[in-house]
Design a protein around this ligand. Structure first.
Ligand SMILES: Nc1ncnc2c1ncn2[C@@H]1O[C@H](COP(=O)(O)OP(=O)(O)O)[C@@H](O)[C@H]1O
Ligand SMILES: [Mg+2]
Length: 355
């Protein structure tokens, strides 16, 4: 039997739950001429919710994760490669013929995958300009292309002034809807909310929350019902208390519990065993992470893990605050209704291992 829970990559179909309002909102939004900025911590379901909205809207779209882009020229090449995936060669060729630098295109004879690159140039800006113009040109007012740029905050570190240049190029496009996703709250807010930023008020900001408890409870209990039977309600509540409804960790823990039910049905405390097994798998990673934190970070993480007040006598408020910001930026801490450790299993490890 197949595990009814899935964690890691984008979820669709039977693995996707809730987000009804969000999907409707995104679908309605891309019908307008506006752009959308979607922010949440990592693995909250941004990619999944956007994919579902795009599938339902039947709009043509391309998606690119800026974390996998290494330079401005690479950005231009990867955008163009995505265009080739959705558009007939002949149509794109008309535009590419007018490019100032002609790209090299190769097709893998076995997989059929397209690889595309530009000759090194002193001015990669023209590559991006030409590709951006092409994207607009192949779209039309009644067939607007949706361009999804994931981990958009990376634009800042890709090359200096790229944000300014990209914004100027987007300004002259007429037929594109952008959906910009980001998991680094502070950087994303700086990009879209700071007056000096070229992307100031570029689009509508939307924040994705954890999945509502009632819905997640229903999703989990119907899938665990057959293997746990009379304890299903208690275990589902234990899972959600532990993960605070974080989409990824909830699916991970539920998947582990399901697996134990299948393989070790005689286990005493299934919930506890599942947590122990997951923490054990990550023990070495957690230890490596831990030794690299400085003293302030460690003390904050311990307090968060043990639910103690963060502000103690040993650090100045400003020191605590900047450490929290740093930990948040690196993804170890998230802010939902309060600051908390992002990974509940790491949190469990800290409670147990660090005294
Ligand atoms: N709507 C959903 N229903 C159930 N699980 C979800 C949902 N959205 C996300 N998840 C869980 O979270 C994981 C990460 O989702 P993803 O869309 O990749 O997040 P992000 O793009 O924010 O990093 C998925 O693999 C899945 O386990
Ligand atoms: Mg994603």
């Amino acid at each position: 039997m197949k595990n009814p829970f899935k964690f890691g990559t984008i979820v669709e179909d039977e693995f996707f739950t809730d987000r009804v309002e969000e999907v409707a909102y995104i679908k309605q939004f891309i019908e307008s001429e506006n752009h959308l900025v979607l922010i949440s911590p990592r693995r909250f379901g941004k990619s999944s919710v956007v994919k579902k909205a795009l599938r339902e809207s039947l709009r043509q779209s391309i998606t690119l994760n800026l974390q996998n882009v290494t330079s401005e020229a690479d950005l231009a090449a990867k955008l163009l490669r995505e265009i080739y995936k959705i558009h007939p060669f002949e149509r794109v060729r008309q535009f590419v013929m007018r490019f100032r630098v002609i790209p090299t295109l190769t097709t893998n004879p076995i997989t059929g995958a397209i690889d595309l690159s530009f000759q090194p140039t002193e001015n990669p800006n023209v590559l991006l300009e030409d590709v951006m113009e092409l994207m607009d040109g192949i779209s039309s007012p009644d067939n607007r292309l949706v361009v999804v740029l994931d981990e958009f905050q990376e634009i800042i570190s890709l090359s200096s002034n790229l944000d300014k240049q990209l914004r100027a190029m987007m300004q002259s496009q007429k037929n594109i809807n952008y959906i910009l996703l980001g998991s680094q709250e502070t950087m994303m807010t700086d990009i879209f909310e700071k007056k000096k930023s070229p992307f100031y008020h570029f689009g509508q900001l939307m924040r994705l929350k954890p999945i509502p408890r009632t819905d997640f409870k229903n999703y989990i209990s119907t899938r665990l019902q057959n293997c746990i039977k009379n304890e299903v309600d208690t275990i589902t509540n234990q899972i959600l208390d532990f993960t605070h409804c974080h989409p990824y960790y909830t699916q991970q823990l539920a998947a582990q519990i399901w697996q134990i039910c299948m393989l070790q049905p005689a286990s005493d405390d299934i919930f506890f065993t599942a947590i122990q097994q997951i923490v054990e798998i990550h023990d070495l990673d957690y230890e490596r992470l831990w030794v690299n934190f400085n003293k302030t970070d460690k003390s904050i993480l311990i307090k968060l893990a043990k639910n103690l007040p963060i502000q103690g006598y040993e650090h100045k408020t400003s020191t605590t605050y900047s450490a929290l910001k740093r930990l948040q930026k690196a993804g170890f801490v998230i802010y939902t209704t309060k600051f908390e450790i992002e990974d509940p299993f790491f949190c469990n490890w800290i409670c147990k291992e660090i005294d």
